[in-house]
Design a protein around this ligand. Structure first.
Ligand SMILES: [Zn+2]
Length: 282
């Protein structure tokens, strides 16, 4: 059953488990070949549901929809995809289902042509579908440009009062991949525009995320999210093999928790086994 106390639970800074990767799990399904990951919510929703279920059974309380690249500039049927994705996640008894919102996949002006007001309208359209589909929270993730992060957060706040998490993707120097913004920049946006938590996802393994989590802890009192990859991918076999196993992942995540992270999960390369290993963290 859906609970509506998520905001209070995040704010209390108790440890809450999120799910792990969707994309790298989808690739393991033979039926997925040739399918677009987001269209799959419509064509093969049972595959998305099976992955959501495995994460919930592993211990995840918060799961996010298979909608990373869904936006009106990319898909005419974005509303249909979002509705199907939420339904696929709701088919599982997760405590909380969140709408996953990724970057729009275009560079912002002046590096590219996308204007902040266009991005805002786009994110607003996405978030509105999340509201219609009755999600429990929003996860704005893998943001590599603080202006895009701000547009996304403002847009969600314009249409919804639900909990929202703002998460960036950082390079090895601890800067957002595209603009070089530091965690403090994202934390300030998160505070100013009403995010419930701020943090980092994807990027690298949990070992390399430690300085970023420490930086967040030093500059904000907001709850901190950590959803790193299973280390670095090795592509020599033709497909990505990540170099940190579930037990080591959990060991590093324990250190991120000690540094201040409270909402924890995994990104690329993580599996239900990784999330299950996190259930021992306290
Ligand atoms: Zn990732």
């Amino acid at each position: 059953m859906t609970q509506n106390n998520l905001r209070e639970r995040i704010a209390s800074k108790e440890i809450i488990l999120m799910d792990g990767a969707m994309g790298s799990e989808l690739m393991k399904h033979p039926e997925y070949a040739g399918n677009h990951p987001s269209e799959l919510n419509i064509n093969n929703p049972e595959i998305a549901t099976a992955i959501h279920r495995a994460y919930v059974e592993a211990g995840a309380e918060m799961i996010i929809t298979n909608t990373f690249d869904v936006n009106p500039r990319k898909y005419d049927n974005y509303a249909e995809i979002i509705a199907a994705a939420v339904k696929a996640a709701r088919a599982v008894e997760a405590s909380y289902v969140g709408l996953d919102i990724g970057p729009l996949g275009e560079l912002f002006y002046p590096m590219g042509r996308l204007r902040e007001d266009e991005a805002f309208e786009c994110f607003k359209a996405i978030a509105s579908e999340g509201v219609k589909a009755d999600v429990d929270f929003f996860m704005i993730e893998t943001m590599t440009d603080e202006n895009e992060a701000k547009a996304a957060l403002r847009a969600v706040r314009e249409v919804s009062d639900l909990p929202v998490i703002l998460s960036g993707a950082f390079n090895k120097r601890g800067s957002l991949f595209v603009t070089g913004g530091k965690p403090a920049v994202l934390a300030k946006i998160a505070e100013e525009f009403g995010a419930d938590a701020v943090g980092a996802n994807c990027s690298y393994g949990p070992d390399l995320l430690l300085p970023i989590i420490e930086e967040y802890a030093g500059c904000t009192s907001l709850p901190i999210v950590a959803k790193p990859n299973a280390g670095m991918p090795d592509m020599t076999s033709g497909k990505a093999v990540y170099d940190i196993g579930p037990e080591d992942f959990a060991g590093y995540m324990q250190r991120l928790v000690e540094a201040g992270a409270t909402v924890i999960g995994g990104c690329c390369g993580t599996t239900p086994e990784y999330i299950n290993a996190l259930t021992h963290i306290e």
